[in-house]
Write a protein that binds this ligand. Structure first.
Ligand code: GLY
Length: 604
């Protein structure tokens, strides 16, 4: 276990519910886990915690950005202070994230964004998910032995690289919602790339423990010194290649990325593997044909609150809707945070939702989305399967009303290098955007200063199960299923009240669900809600966050039939919430960032 970094830190966790307000100062052994399990086994949380640091709630009046890195949040905030919109701020934030948190997101990846347009009182969703190249077939990840490939054999190859969608998404959002000139939004990232930024503890650590990054010559030259050591914390790292890429996109728009020299460089990189079996098939045509899709958001009610999220190809919003519908019949407020009953109910709700997710969710252009999954009667009937005395251990998928086609289940565990951005502007607009390059450092292939995604491993490697086609199988032009769940919660007047989301692979739905329950049922502020220990079930064991008070519940959960895993459960939630006076009138905002990463809130 030479990848372990053991650091004793003091953390202050505030757990408060209606029955209890407790301030606990806990000395914990914060353990950065092995980043990757052996090839072929799926790490449950591929992005490790970077040490848990207590973070303070950030109040602000009218405009603010919560992002995974202070430099990125500040870049977005700078746009807001220049009179920019929430979308302008999101673009500047994303471009800096691709530089300072390159392991998680960037222009070589994809994203989903919810944009609340205050003037039109409408919520739009933008799907900038990567697509499979036109040459892709369902057997893409079946090896020469006829079996699904080991995860990292697929991920660290050109085969995993999908047509990136983030640049097109940023441009599409800007065209409709931008206030500042497109070029202006690139200034903070270009300045930082040219002048350099200080390597953060998290970046240093994830570079240090990664097993594959060094194998790519461009990544090796950038992330390590001449002796092959990762740059130390505080080293001023410059990325002139990224600055040049951004200058080209700033000048000529997304076209500069999807056509021309940058496109040529991506196509060449994906095909340049010495081992033929690792060569990808991304083409100039795939890039030139990339399109952002606007979709109807999925909206549902929980305890009288309207909550909206991303529809398929993301499974995250659907899973959260189903989990919350199942929880609604329980007195969650009375049970409180970290209680046996709450954890039991949340884990069981997770089992049910993740069973449906595995069976039904895929790109809706290829596999019709079974609308019955969100039918209130269906969701309640699923929730009624929860027995408070006994775990169901493993849930079977349900049969939603109106189901037309049976599929085989997809057991794919989604890994992630992902990040979430929450923004509000002084005009009343909001952006909730979750952005990814899939596994940490994506395909470990650096082109022109940015990393290419390995998003196609979010497809099922198996294309059929028990003789039935898997909904989430690879198909040409298809978008892989995601769990990313950007959220906007509305108040009774139809204004955004909470903006939230998280990275975390297939656990995203659990992290976001916990945050919402904490804010809505337990009345916690965003920071306290995020800091609350993570928990849930992805229809396997009941998972509890290591080093937290939840560990103490293991024996009682086992007595109810749970198989319990204590794991690093590294969320990266960024959440903003409106503040109100005693009469319920909106008076400002407050924001929280995940203490498990390097999140930051900037606002005024
Ligand atoms: N790659 C993470 C997700 O899309 O859920």
């Amino acid at each position: 276990m030479n990848n372990l970094l053991n650091t004793t830190k003091k953390i202050v966790l505030i757990y408060k519910n209606r029955a209890l307000v407790a301030l606990a100062v806990i000395s914990v052994l914060v353990t950065t886990p092995m980043l990757h399990a052996q090839p072929g086994t799926a790490p449950s949380a591929p992005e490790p915690p970077s040490g848990i640091a207590n973070k303070a709630l950030v109040p602000f009046k009218s405009q603010g950005v919560a992002a995974a890195n202070p430099l990125a949040a500040n870049a977005g905030f700078r746009m807001l202070k220049q009179g920019g919109s929430a979308v302008d701020a999101a673009i500047a934030t994303q471009l800096v994230l691709g530089l300072v948190e390159p392991q998680s997101s960037g222009i070589g990846g994809g994203a989903f964004a919810l944009v609340h347009d205050a003037k039109q009182k409408i919520l739009r969703t933008y799907d900038g998910r990567e697509t499979a190249p036109a040459a892709a077939t369902p057997s893409r990840f079946i090896g020469a032995d006829g079996l699904p490939m080991k995860f990292y054999d697929a991920a660290i190859s050109g085969k995993s690289v999908g047509t990136p969608g983030t640049v097109a998404l940023l441009q599409a959002m800007h065209k409709r919602h931008g206030k500042l000139p497109w070029k202006t939004l690139f200034a903070p990232a270009i300045e930082l790339a040219e002048n350099g930024f200080a390597v953060s503890p998290r970046l240093r650590e994830v570079v240090r423990v990664d097993r594959f990054l060094k194998d790519d010559p461009a990544a090796r030259a950038y992330f390590y010194d001449a002796a092959g050591e990762p740059w130390p914390v505080g080293h001023v790292l410059k990325n002139p290649a990224y600055a040049a890429t951004l200058r080209a996109i700033a000048k000529s728009g997304a076209k500069a990325f999807y056509e021309g020299e940058i496109a040529d460089a991506m196509v060449a990189a994906v095909g340049e593997y010495a081992d033929e079996s690792k060569r990808g098939d991304l083409t100039r045509t795939d890039l030139a044909n990339y399109r952002v899709v606007e979709r109807e958001p999925i909206c549902f009610n929980y305890r009288g609150r309207k909550i909206c999220s991303m529809p398929a190809p993301s499974s995250g919003g659907v899973a959260i809707a189903q989990m919350l519908a199942a929880l609604e019949r329980f007195p969650m407020a009375q049970w409180g945070a970290n209680s046996l009953d709450s954890v039991h109910a949340m884990a069981e709700a997770g089992r049910l939702a993740y069973a449906d997710r595995a069976q039904y969710l895929a790109d809706p252009e290829f596999v019709e989305f079974p609308k019955g999954l969100l039918d209130p009667g269906y969701m309640q009937a699923r929730g009624a399967l929860i027995d408070m005395g006994k775990s169901m251990k493993r849930a079977e998928p349900g049969t939603p009303p109106g189901l037309k086609l049976a599929h085989g289940a997809d057991p794919t565990a989604v890994l992630t290098g992902t990040s979430h951005i929450s923004i509000v502007d002084k005009f009343g607009n909001a952006v909730s955007m979750t952005t990814t390059i899939e596994d940490i450092f994506g395909a470990r292939k650096m082109v022109r200063g940015f990393l290419l995604n390995n998003e196609l491993t979010d497809f099922s490697m198996r294309f059929e199960e028990n003789g039935k086609p898997v909904a989430n199988r690879v198909q040409a032009g298809k978008r892989p299923r995601s769990t990313m769940a950007p959220i906007v919660v509305y108040d009774a007047r139809g204004n955004p009240d909470i903006i939230a989301g998280s990275p975390g692979g297939s656990a995203i739905a659990n992290y976001v669900m916990k945050t919402l329950v904490a804010m809505i049922d337990w009345n916690l502020d965003p920071q306290a809600a995020i800091a609350l220990p993570n928990l849930g079930s992805r229809n396997g064991p009941t998972e509890l966050e290591k080093g937290t008070p939840l560990e103490a519940l293991k024996p009682e959960l086992e007595a109810r039939g749970h198989s319990v895993s204590i794991i690093d459960f590294t969320s990266g939630v960024q959440a903003l919430q409106r503040t109100r006076d005693a009469k319920g009138r909106a008076i400002g905002w407050r924001g929280g960032a995940d203490p498990r990463r390097e999140g930051h809130v900037a606002g005024d």
